[in-house]
Write a protein that binds this ligand. Structure first.
Ligand code: RNT
Ligand code: ZN
Length: 418
């Protein structure tokens, strides 16, 4: 234990915060690290390299992309070694099953394509979440998938989602850790769409059919993810916030807040306590929206801390599932993936180090000066020393050090890939 930590522990102790306990507790809070930063959201369905399309776009051509499942696992293991905490999940796209490049039709996917993933997850003591891929496929027609007016097109995707939920249920059951099956579709239009309602009714009926089958929640958690816009989908997104929130509440499903999917001035943090009384499950896709892109690498921001504070203050860890979601193909992908996951953990740590009880007391005494002043002083508390200690306890490199490790891995492994 280093002197900086001892001094930090003492300082937080003065506010009634036991940093040793906080470190113990945070180590057990699950974090779902998305995998698709590593392969530019391409997957292993086919050997023929193709850029993602139909609502998903990964920009950049940095060397080192994981092009096979073996490389993928190797990279993920490296990422896991750079992120503190004992309870990690890996969130994968359905295109990232073990297809060996030989999946003929997307709807041919089955449990057998995920047994090697399950073995790998067991070895690495992680859980798995699954996201069906409603993009990069010929059945994305004029920007629509499941909300298409073409019956054959939507039936294809309805079947696809059903298979996905069945597989996620199987994964959750095998790992004894519920798998989150997250439903996101790109459906919408670039410009004024008079038939917005028609498409939403089609989507509603499709969801009714999909969720008619229910699986035990200990195996499967179903969530719906909204989006305000996409590139080429600026005017209209069928799966809006209001649409899915209404559907999720009415049908007891979970909801996913992707922090890149809202107006730039909108805060997801404030949406958490607003929806917690009504939703059974909330999934977070922590991302960083920048102008018109929703998927820049997550970094430590005030808003990220605010998101975590809402969870901690409401003690909502049983309902809120923290995860990441971004893809940037212009940089070391393993480093980028670890970077966002570390940022999420850091924000969570800062939130857990807050003397919420004292703040509440000030609030109840109507002492708004003291409430604001303490929040202000907390900003310069030595949380980085507690973070360092947390990294040490988790056997992962601390700040600065981990960058060197990510660069060394790039030299030794990533840059040698062709
Ligand atoms: C897209 C959504 C969705 C995707 C992944 C690839 O805007 O955020 O979560 O990032 O399914
Ligand atoms: Zn997302």
């Amino acid at each position: 234990m280093n002197n900086n930590y001892i001094s930090a522990r003492q300082k937080y102790g003065e506010f009634g915060i036991d940093t040793d306990k906080v470190i113990e507790k945070i180590s057990e809070i699950p974090l779902s690290i998305h995998s698709w930063q590593l392969d530019d959201v391409i997957g292993f369905e086919s050997d023929v390299f193709s850029k993602p399309s139909g609502g998903i776009m990964s920009i950049g051509n940095y060397p080192g992309r994981a092009a096979s499942i073996e490389q993928y696992w190797e990279d993920l293991e490296k990422v896991l070694s750079l992120v503190p905490g004992n309870k990690k999940k890996i969130s994968i796209q359905s295109t990232e099953g073990d297809y060996k490049g030989r999946l003929k039709n997307r709807n041919d996917m089955s449990k057998e394509h995920f047994t090697s993933w399950i073995d790998w997850a067991k070895e690495n003591k992680v859980g798995i979440d699954l996201s069906p891929a409603f993009y990069s496929h010929e059945n994305v027609r004029e920007g629509y998938t499941i909300a298409s007016k073409d019956k054959a097109v939507r039936e294809f995707w309805i079947e696809y989602e059903k298979i996905n939920r069945e597989i996620a249920n199987f994964i959750g059951k095998s790992l004894k850790w519920a798998s989150i099956c997250n439903f996101w579709i790109p459906d919408g239009s670039k410009d004024v769409t008079p038939s917005r309602f028609d498409h939403r009714m089609i989507l509603k009926e499709a969801l009714d059919e999909i969720y008619a089958i229910r699986y035990p929640k200990k195996n499967l958690i179903d969530t719906l993810e909204c989006k305000l816009f996409g590139i080429g989908f600026e005017f209209y997104n069928t799966g809006s916030l209001e649409f899915y929130i209404s559907y999720a509440v009415k049908n007891n499903l979970g909801f996913t807040f992707d922090t890149g999917h809202f107006h730039p001035t909108e805060e997801v943090s404030n949406k958490i306590s607003s929806t917690l009384p009504f939703l059974e499950d909330i999934v977070l896709h922590l991302s960083r929206g920048l102008h018109w892109d929703s998927d820049h690498v997550t970094v430590l921001t005030d808003e990220l801390v605010a998101v975590m504070q809402e969870i901690v203050r409401a003690d909502a860890f049983d309902k809120v599932h923290i995860g990441t979601d971004y893809f940037d193909a212009t940089m070391n992908r393993v480093g980028a993936l670890a970077l966002g996951a570390r940022a999420a953990q850091k924000a969570l740590l800062i939130a857990m180090l807050e003397p919420f009880e004292i703040l509440k007391e000030y609030e109840e005494d109507n002492n708004y000066f003291a409430r604001l002043a303490l929040l202000e002083d907390l900003k310069t508390m030595p949380y980085s020393d507690v973070w360092q200690q947390y990294c040490e306890k988790s056997n992962v490199p601390g700040d600065g050090e981990w960058i060197k490790e990510a660069i060394a891995y790039e030299k030794a492994v990533l840059l040698k890939r062709k």
